[in-house]
Ligand binder design. Structure first.
Ligand code: NAP
Length: 247
């Protein structure tokens, strides 16, 4: 049975992905940072439906916590063969001329360093060169990587540009080692993330400017992630699926 780690699996896109992968028969590790209760509720929802899940607290930007998390999964279930790098943050809407180094580094350490560290630990376990039996990684990026998020959070958009480059580079590094690495780029999805940017109603505000005239649901992103990690996508690597209503 496949073992999937979903970082930031306690709410939003990560939660929708955890529920869907569990429904499809994968064992799911629901990583979270602060909200233990939310993660535990996802685990209980999966368990009630007959699936297998466990919650694990780790700050993905902290190297030791990431290593400890992967080791704990090894001991509980065995090595992961699916990684969904999803835990991401943004900060209050702000123009570049007012950004501080502290804020830029905070965003980059979760959104970029965190993704690198989880990829590193996953590759060590999945790679056929390390004795693994292959696997699939999906990095959750954003259309912000190509739109730039002017006037809102260029630091966040830049972090997603880095995620896309990580996806391309790593996919080529490990293509011959049984590991597929792909990305999804959601657009404007109804989650709590927008509140941390200072505008909970952001999706509704921008909806009229989206070609499809609506925001997206976390479940719509989860469907693309589930396809990319499945055997149905067995010849797909280094690819991206944009989920942004045409934006
Ligand atoms: P969200 O609702 O804000 O949820 C974020 C999740 O990440 C939570 O489970 C949170 O856990 C976890 N998290 C935050 N920092 C963490 C850390 N340092 N270590 C471990 N977990 C951490 O976010 P979302 O909207 O679902 O976004 C998920 C991903 O999609 C992000 O990478 C985001 O950039 C991307 N995305 C979202 C949108 C959108 O419109 N929503 C668009 C494009 C891309 P706690 O609650 O425990 O802190």
């Amino acid at each position: 049975m496949s073992i999937a780690l979903i970082t930031g699996g306690s709410r939003g896109i990560g939660k929708a992905t955890a529920l869907l992968l569990a429904q499809q028969g994968l064992r799911v590790v629901v990583n979270y940072h602060r909200d233990r209760q939310a993660a535990q509720e996802v685990v209980e929802e999966i368990t009630r439906a007959g699936g297998e899940a466990l919650a694990w607290q780790a700050d993905v930007s902290d190297e030791q916590q990431v290593v400890t998390m992967f080791t704990a999964i090894d001991e509980a279930w065995g090595p992961v063969n699916v990684l969904v790098n999803n835990a991401g943050i943004l900060a209050t809407q702000c123009r570049v001329e007012y950004l501080t180094a502290e804020r830029i580094n905070r965003v980059l350490s979760t959104n970029v360093t965190g993704y690198f560290l989880c990829c590193r630990e996953a590759v060590k376990r999945m790679s056929t060169e390390h004795g693994g039996s292959g696997g699939a990684i999906v990095n959750v990026s954003s259309v912000a990587a190509r739109l730039g998020s002017p006037g809102e959070y260029v630091d966040y958009a830049a972090s997603k540009g880095a995620v896309d480059t990580l996806t391309i580079g790593l996919s080529l590094e490990v293509a011959a080692q049984g590991i597929r690495v792909n990305g999804v780029r959601p657009g404007f999805i109804y989650t709590e993330m927008h509140a941390s940017g200072g505008e909970p109603g952001r999706v509704d505000r921008v909806a009229p400017a989206i070609p499809m005239r609506r925001g997206g649901q976390p479940e719509e992103v989860a469907q693309a992630i589930a396809w990319l990690v499945s055997d149905s996508a067995s010849y797909v690597t280094g690819s991206f699926i944009d989920l942004a209503g045409g934006k």
